[in-house]
Design a protein around this ligand. Structure first.
Ligand code: HPA
Length: 233
């Protein structure tokens, strides 16, 4: 047990896939892994371990936002010896060519959060994906879909903003999408010398206001999990 994870030593695999939503972790684990067991229910942040094509893999919710994700990553790496972290989550499109259901593999992530300013005494850090995971994910994604994009993105500390145009500056500077976790995922992976990648699905567009239907979520979201499972070491 660590402070926030109820697993015994050895119950968590060296690779952990992390959707934000614990119920999505349950769904992916029960539909895509074999010989699955649940190792965590603390705070409802469900975590499962099972097998995928002979590889032992865990899938656990991360919650929403960088502080929550940080707590789980710290404990997964320092207490359970996790070596590869793959976020499988949703994002909002900031570019007109991105549509609901598209896959985005962020190379780097800007942020409005102070979380790294605190870490680096007010200076800026450039959080970057694992090139090995990114390259493998690109190749795997291209086998499954033509709708995959690689580029910069933006991790926000807010989902609801007073200014409806807040995202346009970041879009001007090329950010493909926004979500609320990747900046700190890539930063902690660098700190702990482990590999990390976000594999994201566009669930809504800030450009058009389009949002994924229940049917699109069911059809599109397993694609990111399949990419993550295939590239898992
Ligand atoms: N904003 C922030 N996070 C998100 C969004 C969004 O529009 N969509 C999915 N995650």
């Amino acid at each position: 047990m660590s402070i926030h994870i109820g697993a015994k030593q050895g119950e968590i695999a060296p690779t952990v896939l992390m959707p934000g939503d614990p119920m999505r972790a349950k769904h992916f684990a029960e539909t895509m892994l074999e010989d699955v067991f649940c190792y965590n229910k603390v705070r409802g942040m469900l975590g499962y371990t099972g097998n995928y094509k002979g590889k032992r893999i865990s899938i656990m919710g991360s919650g929403m936002g960088m502080p929550t994700l940080s707590i789980y990553i710290n404990e997964l790496v320092t207490e359970y010896n996790v070596k590869t972290l793959i976020r499988v989550g949703t994002c909002g499109a900031l570019q007109p060519h991105l549509k609901v259901g598209d896959i985005v593999l962020p190379m780097s992530s800007s942020t409005n959060s102070h979380i790294n300013k605190l870490r680096f005494n007010g200076m800026d850090y450039a959080p970057t994906a694992s090139f090995k995971l990114l390259m493998n994910a690109w190749e795997e994604a291209r086998k499954l879909t033509s709708r995959v994009y690689v580029g910069g993105m933006f991790s926000s500390d807010t989902f609801y903003n007073d200014d409806p145009d807040w995202w346009k500056k970041w879009a001007d500077y090329g950010a493909l999408v926004c979500e609320m976790e990747t900046t700190v995922l890539y930063t902690l992976a660098a700190k702990f010398k482990v590999d990390a990648l976000s594999v994201l699905t566009v669930s809504d567009s800030l450009v058009t206001g389009e949002s994924a239907s229940a049917e699109q979520r069911e059809k599109d979201f397993p694609v990111m999990a399949k990419i993550a499972l295939e590239i898992s070491p």
